[in-house]
Design a protein around this ligand. Structure first.
Ligand code: TMO
Length: 314
């Protein structure tokens, strides 16, 4: 009897040991846009400085919120309201994910065009003007409708709903990667060919191209959930994305207890619009690897991040 009890006790200890070893490593996701890939390394480096182990895991940018709810991923440091607000807030409501902090940066993710397009479509940036000249954006595969070049499918699932909700003469074509978006923008700009594509701010694009976001009916939370809201009484998503969107830092609910120092750090840290734009630029314009870009940002911004690390150690 006694032997069995002891053996069971040892087994329980072993299990507990295995669990804490697994929980020791903070898992940080890597997504498919540049500022995130750089910022993830910056967050990781800072967490290492307060004594934590980190691992980077490639993750789908919508599914990641379910993974974080289940404790398989431990933090998402770039939660963009426009693209991920719905998936994120769903887990917040469940209580398995909590917000560690809201960055200073204000975000916008929306249909966007280079400035020369205004010549071809008088009345821009109003969406109705865009819709009137939709045919000018047609490609072989979309004609007679115009092409809206959307981001990779895991960023925004609602462009088609927008087109349907507002009755637009556009066909949504998803780019395979962020790099594909920028390559098409570059090529169209050289030829001054009409193009409307998904873009966001803060991003490096604003440093290289003049252009504007399309103005859709103003965002309202109800627009996404309530078909009756907005100009189309039968469909949701008949509005634009938020203009002053948040950028949040979310964590698994077990995070504060598992890594109190790291949690303190996350509560202190905050990226600005310029920080995010510079992180993107180092990769997309200067062609640095994400690791090198993270090291460069940290070297250039010690005054900013060192206090976050110091505060976490107190
Ligand atoms: C989430 N993103 C910045 C790509 O729109």
């Amino acid at each position: 009897m006694r032997k069995i009890a002891v053996a069971a006790g040892v087994a329980a200890l072993l299990v507990a040991g295995a669990q804490s070893a697994a929980a020791e490593t903070i898992k940080i996701p890597l997504h498919n846009w540049s500022s995130q890939l750089v910022g993830a390394r910056i967050v990781g480096k800072m967490l290492e400085m307060v004594g934590e182990k980190v691992a980077y895991v490639s993750a789908d940018s919508q599914v990641v919120y379910t993974s974080m709810c289940e404790g398989d991923i431990h933090l998402v440091h770039e939660v963009w309201q426009g693209a991920f607000g719905v998936s994120y807030e769903k887990q917040l409501t469940k209580g398995c994910v909590i917000t560690a902090n809201t960055h200073e940066a204000k975000t916008r993710e929306e249909w966007w065009y280079p400035e020369y397009v205004e010549k071809a479509c008088p009345g821009l940036p109003d969406w109705k003007a865009l819709n009137k000249c939709a045919a000018k954006f047609a490609t072989a595969s979309t004609k007679p409708k115009g092409r809206f070049l959307a981001g990779p499918v895991d960023w925004l699932k609602h462009d088609q709903e927008r087109v349907d909700g507002l009755g637009m003469n556009f066909k949504v074509v998803n780019a395979g990667s962020a790099a594909a978006l920028w390559a098409e923008l570059k090529s169209a700009s050289k030829r001054k060919a009409p193009i409307v594509l998904f873009n966001w701010t803060p991003n490096f694009i604003e440093a290289l191209y003049k252009g504007k976001f399309v103005e859709f009916p103003a965002y309202d939370e109800k627009c996404r959930k309530d078909p009756k809201w907005g100009t189309n009484p039968n469909k949701a998503y008949d509005c634009g994305n938020p203009k002053d969107g948040y950028l949040k830092l979310g964590v698994w609910k077990g995070f504060p207890k598992a890594w109190p120092k790291a949690y303190k750090l996350l509560q202190k840290m905050s990226f600005s619009n310029l920080d995010i734009a510079v992180m993107a630029k180092l990769v997309d314009v200067d062609k640095m690897e994400a690791d090198a870009a993270a090291a460069k940002w940290m070297k250039d911004n010690e005054k900013k991040w060192k206090p976050w690390v110091a505060a976490a150690k107190m």
